[in-house]
Design a protein around this ligand. Structure first.
Ligand code: ZN
Length: 66
């Protein structure tokens, strides 16, 4: 982990953060250490999307069948 300067407000922000906690500016990660965290983050997002899709489809089926 390292601290980088926020391009918007110039505060120190963790390079693990997606957005600046001070001003909300999106943090573009450099070449350092983006392999592991992004992969985990994407899998988490994918699971959430799948769960939501299943719930939506189940809801649609129950309203259609009655
Ligand atoms: Zn900022």
């Amino acid at each position: 982990m390292a601290l980088i300067k926020c391009p918007s407000c110039a505060k120190d922000v963790s390079d693990q953060a997606d957005t600046c906690p001070a001003c909300g500016h999106p943090i573009k990660r450099g070449l350092l250490g983006r392999a592991g965290t992004e992969r985990t983050f994407n899998i988490g997002c994918l699971v959430v999307v799948i769960v939501v899709l299943v719930l939506v489809v189940a809801g649609m089926c129950s309203t259609i069948v009655r």
